[in-house]
Write a new protein. Sequence first.
Length: 277
Amino acid sequence: MPRAFSAQEPGKGGDACIRVCDLAVGYGSRVLMQDVSFEVRTGDIFLIMGGSGCGKSTLLRVLMGLKPPQKGRVFQDGTDFWNSGEEERQRLTRRTGVLFQNGALWSSMTLAENVGLPLQQYTDLEEDEIREQASLKLALAGLAGFENYYPSEISGGMRKRAGLARALALDPKILFLDEPSAGLDPVSSRLLDDLILELRDSLNTTFVIVSHELASIFSIASDSIFLDARTRTVAARGKPAELVRDTSTAPSALRFLTRGESDRADTPSPERHKEQQ
């Protein structure tokens, strides 16, 4: 039997900055996931895993404050997000940053202008201060000297980095990333993984990431959950490398993490069948 867990399960690191309790997510009357409970600790790189269509991105939208849950509660730093007033929700949202799959950069703006946009909207900084902060965030993302480039003039991996720089503009405590490695070649994906680890270590930023890229999942995740589309529940939780070794891990999670190799291990080959006869 898979091991049971709850949102109150003790953490191994810092205090919980996100706590999810008995959540159900979906659209209209359609339920994608139910009875979802977990914690994200400060400084975690927390991965939300699962097969296509299981509700990973929908759950992320609920955590980001873009879509209310069908039921349940989401706490950020102890505040019940969806039961708070609009002003309090906006305050909490400004403590987070978001990187969408395509980077979501404005093609008509330079990288510095893209990164500076949140600073223009939510701060009273002067233009030269915004420019300075934008250059700093681009440098953190490994894009020093690219301030005046347009998104169309740089590679896909660099656009992801620029999107991450914009997500960092307001010095967020939590960063939400939706399939950050999607569309990247293996080298660019590894460089992005290295950047995420560097930002976590240098800024103590907490990351919540939706991904199905196994190389990235094993490389950067300090904790994770696996969403099972069949049962519509969280089937497993823990560090991915440990889940693979844990004999109590749900078979659906093992199949995902091993690309189906766990099924092969349980299925006798013709040669093994002959030996057993």
